[in-house]
Design a protein around this ligand. Structure first.
Ligand SMILES: NC(=O)c1ccc[n+]([C@@H]2O[C@H](COP(=O)([O-])OP(=O)(O)OC[C@H]3O[C@@H](n4cnc5c(N)ncnc54)[C@H](O)[C@@H]3O)[C@@H](O)[C@H]2O)c1
Length: 245
């Protein structure tokens, strides 16, 4: 198993890509710390535990720094270490620039950007003491290419690519790698709600000609979180069927 005995913290693990990642990592032998603002995370963890996986759920918002610090302390008391951090939680509040309110800007920045900062800062301190860690964060193809109506979201996803490179530089000497992924068009509950005509139009831009699924992204997280990627540091891995090239 590729993550045998590792302790993996996955943010936003109650749904979509985070949920698929929690299940895949558990199958690969990891013990799971699952964070989500939604109480649904408890069902996910109960389900993992019923399959014999060691897992805990902590309900919190990654934007709440005090909650993040106290949950990291609690998780360390429980498992004794944190080997992998998957900064996966993210939200959108789309609006074109001229219509976007400061509240919509702040809401997305506080989860997607400040949340990643709080989680990484708290967990990197633990990883430094272990002299081992894998940090993988969710950027997006829109962080590279931009996207209509997503000033706030794109700002956070571009920033994640930059922060990843800073952390690769700062944390490498502690045995910690920092990488990110940039998913493209991935079928989730959210994107499945889009009109079929829009979905079909988007897919014309993807050389492979189909939408990715949550497992496609989970496998990219898995590689970067595993020891197979021990010499990969500071990169952004596109998981987009060739959309960005
Ligand atoms: N789905 C895509 O096509 C796609 C493409 C590129 C990037 N991404 C990124 O991948 C990540 C996962 O996306 P998804 O499609 O699975 O999203 P999703 O909406 O299905 O799941 C996100 C999870 O994060 C949780 N969450 C939201 N705010 C939170 C907070 N403040 N604190 C803790 N948890 C919180 C939600 O409750 C949910 O369980 C996001 O960062 C997203 O930006 C997704």
């Amino acid at each position: 198993m590729r993550l045998d005995g590792k302790v993996a913290l996955i943010t936003g693990g109650a749904n979509g890509i985070g949920l698929a990642t929690a299940r895949l990592f558990a199958k690969e032998g990891a013990r799971i710390i699952l964070w989500d603002v939604s109480p649904k995370g408890r069902d996910v963890v109960d389900d993992l535990k019923s399959g014999g996986v060691q897992a805990i759920f902590q309900q919190l918002s990654v934007s709440d720094e005090a909650a993040v610090i106290s949950a990291v302390n609690e998780a360390c008391e429980h498992f004794g270490r944190i080997d992998i951090l998957i900064n996966n939680a993210g939200i959108t509040k789309d609006r074109t620039l001229l219509k976007m309110s400061s509240q919509e800007w702040d809401d997305v920045i506080s989860v997607n950007l400040s949340g990643v900062f709080h989680c990484t800062k708290a967990v990197a301190a633990v990883m430094k003491n272990q002299n081992y860690g894998r940090i993988v964060s969710a950027s997006s193809v829109v962080g590279i290419r931009g996207n209509y109506g997503q000033t706030n979201y794109v700002a956070t996803k571009s920033a994640i690519i930059g922060m990843t490179k800073v952390w690769a530089l700062e944390l490498g000497k502690y045995g910690i790698t920092s990488n990110c992924i940039a998913p493209g068009f991935i079928s989730t509950d959210m994107t499945d709600l889009m009109p079929e005509v829009v979905r079909n139009q988007m897919i014309t831009q993807v050389p492979l000609g189909f939408w990715g699924n949550t497992e496609d992204v989970a496998y990219a997280y898995l590689f970067l979180a595993s020891d197979e990627a021990r010499y990969v540091n500071g990169v952004c891995l596109n998981v987009d069927g060739g959309f960005t090239r």
